[in-house]
Design a protein around this ligand. Structure first.
Ligand code: FES
Length: 357
């Protein structure tokens, strides 16, 4: 390695890996140092909380107050769930319920977030450090050093020492998931067995198939070849309380095909009428309405996750995540020519996991 006139070191061809390429061509070649010089860390600038104990205490108060505010937000969300219950058929109650629960959860999350950021920026040590890369499992001295660093971080952050902040944060984090528990409970029927509920729909022997949503009864003669209808049981459109819940189980798709296209099991031959078949509209995957009928292929498509059902062959699954065929509604025609149900569905409608419960 040579020195120039100013005493600075030059890197010769032999010193620099990059320059080694030039060695064979000119053994006297000299290249100057071009690697970036590590500028190092900028000088540490103490914060106001590092210099003034009064400011430090003020920041500490702000942080634990925010964590307490988070607790208040979580409790408020639970109280709002009880104070503003969702009343069936009352959209106003849904609005109030969502508004106040949302406000509580927003407050709880925001306060935890702002408190944590303020704690980090104002009170925790802001000295920058370098942690060199090393093998995943460190040597024993490295591991001992890690423990030492952890203890140092604990000391510097004040997690062990600042008990008010630590306890209020733990309290906020423990209380925060509680509204979720309460909300999940509200997704299921409060006092009834969901499996039994899905076993029963409004379809009974003799109930007429009617148009959705008008409730107009459908004559078999009006269902032309290739057509499909969204169908509900007679009387459902006049129902008051619980209408939507019943519709979610009883919704049916009515399709007329050429009878020769149907591949019917022996024991189900009497479930259709002159090529007219009726299947539950509720997808057996996770319950979306299966409402897209492809007339050319006789396939039904669920738009949620693209399950496809073959109407020709008892709506068996031919693609997608659904695991079970759509339940078939046995139908017939009454003395006046209207389509009627022969019975309720013979299996639960909707997502398959219910029947395994
Ligand atoms: S709900 Fe129909 S495919 Fe998922």
């Amino acid at each position: 390695m040579a020195k120039d006139d100013n005493g600075a070191e030059d890197v010769t061809a032999a010193d620099s890996p990059g320059a080694q390429l030039a060695t064979s061509a000119a053994s006297t070649a000299v290249v100057t140092r071009d690697a970036l010089v590590n500028p190092g860390f900028p000088p540490h600038r103490p914060r106001i909380t590092d210099l003034d104990p009064k400011e430090e205490r003020k920041a500490e108060r702000t942080v634990y107050t925010l964590f307490y505010v988070s607790i208040v937000g979580s409790v408020f969300a639970i109280a709002a769930y009880m104070a503003f219950p969702i009343v069936a058929e009352d959209p106003g109650s849904v609005r109030l319920n969502n508004l106040f629960i949302g406000l509580g959860l927003t407050l709880a999350l925001l306060a935890i977030g702002i408190g944590a950021v303020h704690w980090g920026k104002a009170l925790m040590s802001d000295h920058e450090g370098v942690d060199e890369r090393h093998p995943v499992r460190g040597t024993e001295p490295v591991r001992a050093r890690a423990v030492e660093i952890f203890q140092q971080a604990n000391e510097e952050s004040g997690f062990g020492r600042r008990t008010l902040i630590r306890n209020s944060l733990i309290g906020a984090l423990v209380v925060f998931p509680l509204p979720a528990v309460v909300l999940f409970r509200g997704l299921g029927p409060m006092d009834q067995d969901p499996v039994a509920l899905l076993h029963e729909t409004l379809w009974k022997k003799g109930v007429r198939l009617t148009m959705d949503p008008s409730g107009t009864p459908i004559k078999a003669a009006d269902v032309t070849l290739g057509s499909s209808f969204h169908v509900i049981p007679e009387g459902l459109s006049e129902m008051g309380h619980g209408r939507l819940e019943e519709k979610a189980k009883a919704a049916v798709l009515l399709i007329r095909m050429d009878p020769s296209d149907l591949i019917e099991q022996e024991d189900r031959k009497s479930w259709s009428y002159d090529g007219i078949v009726a299947y539950s509209k509720i997808c057996t995957h996770v319950g979306c309405p299966v409402a897209l009928y492809e007339q050319q292929t006789h396939h039904l498509l669920c738009p949620c996750h693209q399950s496809q059902f073959d109407v020709e062959n008892h709506c068996k699954v031919i693609f997608g995540p659904a695991k079970r065929a759509l339940p078939q509604l046995p139908i017939a025609v009454d003395a006046e020519g209207y389509l009627i149900a022969q019975s309720d569905f013979t299996e639960p409608v909707g997502p398959s996991f219910w029947e395994r419960a």
